[in-house]
Design a protein around this ligand. Structure first.
Ligand code: ADP
Length: 200
């Protein structure tokens, strides 16, 4: 028995996975008002990254609230738990060498601090999509602003609940006068050093 050395703690480390994928796992955490463009830009960025050979995973309300977080509502405690779980999922992806694009309003410094603490500062890139409320409500992609303004949605960020502008955003993008592709390319140019293998 003395000569048997368990190898499970030695194989398939994060470093090996990153070497296999030839990329670094990071979390690109998109914050901003509903309709600011988080998901649209993340999708465009994912396409750009995929074309260049990077492996990514988008996390957004669609694939999170319908599955792993389907038991959560919108109380303050549930919103925190939502972000806590998403951050842990992001961390797991990062430790598999995968680039995570997490798109959540995450309106308060406290929520974003929680996400950063769980993911780890080294792997966490905060991207603030700063499209102003007037433009988001003009777009009203999901008809939510109209409903919120009629008082049909409680605690709707930007209308009846605050959005705290992040003081620590790594990248800030206002989509008002720019194409989706232009926004995605700008983020790409700013994160390339963080994801390239062997460049840290
Ligand atoms: P969020 O994920 O922040 O709630 P969405 O991505 O769902 O926002 O919606 C953003 C809307 O804004 C889409 O209808 C998109 O087509 C539009 N839009 C216009 N210009 C841009 C841009 N430069 N970047 C992102 N979205 C844009």
């Amino acid at each position: 028995m003395n000569n048997i050395h368990p190898i499970f703690d030695k194989i398939a480390t994060r470093e090996q996975k990153e070497e296999q994928l030839r990329q670094r796992g990071v979390t690109l955490w998109f914050t901003g008002l509903s309709g600011s463009g988080k998901s649209t830009i993340a999708i465009a960025l994912e396409q750009l990254l995929t074309k260049k050979g990077y492996l990514c995973q988008i996390l957004d309300g669609d694939n999170i609230r319908s599955g792993i977080n389907s038991d959560l509502g919108f109380s303050s405690a549930d919103r925190t738990e939502n972000i806590r779980r998403i951050a842990h999922i992001s961390r797991l992806y990062n430790h598999t060498g995968i680039i995570t694009l997490a798109c959540f309003v995450s309106p308060t410094e406290e929520l974003r601090r929680l996400a950063r603490a769980i993911v780890g500062s080294v792997d966490f890139v905060l991207i603030y999509i700063s499209t102003p409320l007037t433009e988001c409500s003009r777009r009203d992609v999901k008809g939510l602003y109209a409903k919120a303004l009629r008082g049909e949605i409680a605690d709707f960020t930007g209308v009846s609940a605050p959005f705290e502008v992040p003081a620590d955003a790594d990248i800030t993008i206002d989509t008002t006068l720019r194409s989706v592709e232009c926004c995605a390319e700008e983020i790409f140019s700013q994160i390339i050093k963080r994801i390239e293998y062997g460049k840290l």
